[in-house]
Ligand binder design. Structure first.
Ligand code: A2P
Length: 281
């Protein structure tokens, strides 16, 4: 499996298993076992996904050595602040039955719409993340859904710049400006919903390129992300799709094909604006 190196030289696999909306214990166990056998090592979860206990059981059931996995988890919005984020991480560690996370992320920045002091809240939460890193509870720290202004503000107080920013990226939602800004800061970009939550897989342009390359639409999307140096964490509960999603290293998209995909207009996905979000608090 190809990996990208974080600023602290920790190696992050370029394809991981997204686990959003997978909560059933049997399904979690089956899919993690199958993913591991296929070569997946990065498992992406979040406190908000309510599957940490199921994942810990899956690791035991499938007799997977914890140290062979790259476990990535996220602190939910109710855990913002220096102390709360550290408590949240320790709770997640207990649920996952491990004494460290490979990567810990802030799930959402404090929303401008709800918090006039959003920047201070993010700074304080980030201090807690830095503490977790210094204390060895987590091997790397990062954020999710942070836009350029969130990152710039954080830079004013941070002693460690986030190592990763995970946000929605897929054809139709390339977020080039933010991707480039993260790259300038040496922040590794991770695509959440790299298949647009499955909604972009019927796009005609993607289909046309998939047919030409003798690949599936999902493979075209994931290859497009990989060729931009972006990590993807596609979610699936289907063994055949699991295999497809990791089999993207035996072909290449041409510059023209990359550009054509870049130009696809928004055609589905989650599309939440982290400044506007109110439903998550
Ligand atoms: P399923 O779990 O039934 O396979 P994203 O990762 O962008 O959120 O997309 C996840 C969605 O895409 C899920 O609905 C998943 O459905 C579907 N999906 C994942 N991989 C593939 C694939 N290779 N082909 C078709 N659909 C896929």
């Amino acid at each position: 499996m190809y990996c990208l190196s974080l600023r602290n030289e920790l190696m992050l696999p370029v394809i991981g298993l997204g686990t959003w909306q997978i909560t059933d214990r049997v399904i979690v166990s089956d899919i993690i076992g199958a993913a591991y056998d296929l070569g997946y090592r990065l498992i992406d979860t979040a406190a908000a996904y309510s599957n940490e206990i199921a994942i810990s059981k899956a690791i035991v059931t499938n007799e997977i050595n914890r140290n062979d996995l790259f476990l990535s988890d996220k602190a939910w919005n109710t855990s913002r602040g220096f102390e709360p984020v550290q408590e949240a991480c320790k709770k997640s560690l207990k649920k996952l039955k491990t004494d460290y996370l490979d990567l810990y992320l802030i799930h959402w920045p404090a929303s401008k719409k709800l918090y006039p002091y959003w920047a201070e809240i993010n700074a304080d939460t980030w201090r807690g993340m830095e503490q977790l890193y210094k204390d060895g509870y987590v091997k790397a720290i990062g954020v999710c859904n942070f836009k350029e202004h969130h990152l710039k503000k954080l830079q004013e107080t941070a002693t460690i710049i986030p190592m990763v920013n995970q946000f929605e990226i897929h054809p139709g939602m390339g977020q080039k400006k933010l991707v480039d800004f993260c790259k300038e800061l040496n922040i590794i970009v991770e695509a959440s919903s790299p298949l647009g939550n499955g909604q972009i897989l019927t796009n005609d342009t993607i289909h046309c390129i998939a047919k030409k390359k003798n690949k599936t639409p999902a493979q075209i999307c994931l290859r497009w992300e990989f060729q931009q140096g972006i990590i993807s964490i596609p979610k699936t509960v289907n063994a055949d799709r699991l295999r497809q999603n990791i089999s993207i290293f035996d072909f290449e998209l041409t510059e023209d094909e990359m550009r054509i995909i870049d130009e696809i207009p928004f055609c589905g996905g989650i599309g939440i604006d982290s400044d506007e979000v109110t439903q998550f608090g």
